[in-house]
Write a protein that binds this ligand. Structure first.
Ligand code: SME
Length: 154
């Protein structure tokens, strides 16, 4: 079974609520990919114009809420574009979770062109992410949209 099939299987577990499903996806990705040291889902809170961390696997972070425009995540909330950061030390608009983190990728989750959240992955290695990761995250975010509850309230 490939990773996407495993992700689908997690979302088909109806006894788990959506946040728990996202948490299981984080844990799956972190164990399957050696260079994924922290994996989290931030979802958009439109009323507060910020992102809220709803599930993660890795060390706890102080960035549980991120205003639109702040950091890599906040920039993706406004651009709706994938953002690969080969070296976090070279970024001015960056929020550090841990000095161990050296590179990052953030991929937006879009439903009908509307940004509902994103997946954020940190690595302890510089330049850890490439187009294969981008493709994988594209597929994962697409899968998330298929199972995103229409009545989900953050
Ligand atoms: N580095 C992110 C903040 C989230 S942590 O990586 C968990 C940013 O700059 O938005």
């Amino acid at each position: 079974m490939d990773i996407i099939q495993k992700v689908r299987k997690i979302f088909q577990q109806n006894e788990l609520d959506f946040k728990r499903q996202l948490q299981n996806v984080c844990a799956l990705l972190k164990t399957q990919k050696e260079h994924f040291d922290w994996v989290g889902f931030y979802l958009v809170d439109q009323s507060k114009k910020n992102l809220r961390l709803v599930a993660y696997s890795g060390e706890p972070t102080q960035h549980e809420r991120i205003p639109f425009g702040k950091g890599i995540c906040g920039q993706v909330a406004e651009s709706n574009q994938v953002f690969i950061v080969p070296d976090v030390a070279a970024e001015n608009n960056y929020l550090s979770c841990s000095p161990k983190v050296k590179s990052e990728i953030v991929y937006p989750i879009l439903i009908n062109d509307k940004n509902v959240g994103q997946i954020d992955i940190d690595s302890h290695k510089k330049n850890a992410f490439d187009s294969n990761d981008e493709r994988l995250l594209k597929n994962i975010c697409h899968t998330v949209t298929k199972y995103f509850p229409s009545n989900f309230v953050i």
